[in-house]
Design a protein around this ligand. Structure first.
Ligand SMILES: [Zn+2]
Length: 266
């Protein structure tokens, strides 16, 4: 089969995973069990019809409204499904072409790398949405992500000392701020997410992810202030930007670093 057929299948699988991500985020917030049966309309509590569980398409088929009570269904559902699908496809193509992969991995291990990346991507998506919507970075998402990132990297041949140190340094960077500000600048969740970044990306790409997160946070913050959507005082959830920065650094880290370093070498 040609690569694009595999990519299409993987992307469709990603859309299904996106559907699960929505369920996990929502049910974690409502403290329902993740497996507690079929989704219900949040307004009228009618179970969603089987056909309407088809990701993305069903949202447009019902024009974003509940069939029973006509209440508006959040656009978060189809957006998360579509983005997860695209992300799965992108990560698959990147792994298959072995684009910008860590030096310690042999090209023959590309499927393991793909597995590592999609697993981390799913956790980062959940962390992104949860912090964006509810303002918390939960340990039940960061701790498994830490374990997965480190276990995959070590199994694939990464230098244990380098990756352990990267996690400690980036986590420590937040821990210092946490202590200085007595927990007012950042929360404990940021420290755990920092450890994930180091364990997943190593020091060089981890620091790049940190830089990208601050940059994205500053840009979005300025746009929100300029459009008066938020005041100077209200904060934008930082875990959202850390998750995004980590994903961008994972995929485009080498491209960005080469461009940046090339820019300054005459
Ligand atoms: Zn309803």
């Amino acid at each position: 089969m040609p690569l694009w057929v595999y990519t299409l299948i993987i992307s469709l699988l990603g859309i299904v995973f996106g559907s699960f991500i929505n369920v996990i985020v929502f049910r974690t917030k409502t403290k329902d069990a993740w497996w507690s049966g079929r989704s219900k309309c949040r307004a009228c509590l009618q179970p969603v019809a089987l056909l309407d569980l088809v990701p993305v398409i069903s949202y447009f088929a019902i024009r974003g409204r509940c069939r029973h009570c006509q209440s508006v269904i959040s656009a978060q559902y189809p957006i998360v499904e579509a983005v997860t699908g695209l992300l799965f496809g992108l990560l698959f193509v990147r792994a298959a072409l072995f684009f910008g992969m860590p030096e310690f991995v042999a090209a023959s291990a590309w499927i393991s790398l793909f597995l590592r990346d999609v697993l981390i991507a799913v956790f980062l998506m959940i962390i992104f949405i949860y912090d964006f919507r509810y303002g918390y970075i939960l340990d039940r998402f960061t701790i498994p992500a830490m374990v997965i990132a480190l276990a995959f990297n070590l199994a694939l041949g990464a230098d244990p000392l380098e990756y352990l140190l990267a996690g400690l340094m980036i986590g420590g960077f937040f821990a210092v701020q946490y202590v200085i500000s007595k927990g007012t600048w950042i929360g404990g969740g940021d420290i755990r997410l920092g450890i994930v970044m180091g364990f997943y990306l190593g020091l060089e790409h981890g620091v790049l992810a940190l830089f990208l997160s601050y940059l994205l946070g500053a840009i979005v913050g300025l746009v929100l202030i300029a459009t008066k959507k938020r005041s100077m005082k209200s904060s934008v959830p930082f875990g959202t930007f850390l998750a995004l920065g980590t994903m961008v650094a994972a995929v485009f880290g080498d491209v960005l670093l080469n461009w940046y370093l090339g820019y300054f070498s005459f």
